[in-house]
Design a protein around this ligand. Structure first.
Ligand SMILES: Nc1ncnc2c1ncn2[C@@H]1O[C@H](COP(=O)(O)OP(=O)(O)O)[C@@H](O)[C@H]1O
Ligand SMILES: [Mg+2]
Length: 279
């Protein structure tokens, strides 16, 4: 379904050599698969997602969706961002129906289709509310409904839950898993949170930084729906942490010199779930 082959991307830097954000990235996502790209902030995750979305162009390599080269955004791929970007002057129903209105679908049909998706994210009672009347988690659920109503084959999600508190995030994991199980959509999900990646995904691709590469792939063959206490999930989480600890040590060595010792470093305690401001 999604195929990325030998993709590199360099950004111009003011007065200096280019900055290689992505170097020789290759992976595939099968139809109906849930795949996460996990990595520390700045490693090139959003750049990679934008390439698949058709919002950026690769310098080298090829991005294909359903066998066709990606040159531009398309209706088969919809991006859900961290910042929900709902229109504040429209109600939940109007926000979700907005894309259908642009496609000139009649009001009755678009409201019917929008309500179906609003109910799928359990916001049926809030259809007439405005975004400022909703919690952060509810706004993200509206953003998901707004993407689903266009019925894309692929959802591209760029840290959609990163700004939410832990409780809300856990609820949304359940909700997204259920949506995925019910709809069979292909999902490419970006996150810097190890637990989130493992809980949600069939496969987790762990990225290294400077330049961004895919370092290792982890297959998560735990039963669905996933249970928080599943020991397989915990096992894979700790394997990923070990992989990233090696990455942390590498980066720290570059910065601190050869006598750097990970065990004695405060950094070793930060090699936990959240990589947001880590390496
Ligand atoms: N348009 C751009 N111009 C210059 N540099 C960019 C641009 N977009 C991203 N970068 C740089 O590329 C690297 C990867 O960025 P990004 O893909 O946003 O990382 P992530 O999403 O993993 O945090 C960062 O160092 C960032 O500063
Ligand atoms: Mg990003």
């Amino acid at each position: 379904m999604i195929r990325v082959e030998g993709v590199s991307k360099t950004f111009e830097q003011r007065g200096g050599a280019g900055y290689t954000a992505l170097d020789d990235i290759a992976f595939e996502v099968g139809k109906g698969e849930f795949v996460s790209i996990l990595g520390p902030s700045g490693c090139g995750k959003s750049t990679l997602l934008n390439l698949v979305a058709g919002l950026e162009r690769a310098d080298k390599g090829r991005v294909e969706v359903s066998g066709k080269k990606v040159n531009a955004p398309g209706p088969d791929r919809i991006v859900v961002f961290q910042d929900h970007a709902l229109y504040p002057w429209l109600t939940v129903l109007e926000n979700v129906a907005f894309g259908l209105k642009q496609k000139r679908i009649k009001k009755e049909e678009r409201h019917e289709r929008a309500m179906e998706q609003i109910r799928a994210v359990h916001l049926g009672k809030f259809a007439d509310r405005y975004p400022h009347e909703l919690s952060g988690g509810m706004k993200q659920r509206v953003a998901i409904a707004r993407a689903l109503v266009m019925d894309p084959e692929i959802l591209l999600m760029d840290e959609p839950f990163a700004a939410l508190d832990e409780q809300t995030r856990l609820l949304l994991h359940k909700e997204l898993e259920q949506i995925w199980l019910n709809t069979g959509k292909t999902i490419l999900f970006i996150t810097h949170n190890i637990r989130e990646a493992v809980t949600l995904s069939d496969r987790v691709l762990v990225m290294s930084t400077r330049p961004g590469r895919i370092k290792k792939e982890f297959r998560v063959q735990a039963a669905r729906p996933r249970e928080a206490g599943d020991s397989l999930l915990h096992h894979i989480e700790s394997q990923i942490m070990n992989t990233l600890a090696a990455e942390l040590a590498k980066v720290a060595k570059e910065e601190y010199g050869d006598d750097y010792n990970l065990e004695k470093s405060p950094l070793s305690h930060s090699a936990v779930s959240n990589l947001g401001d880590g390496i």
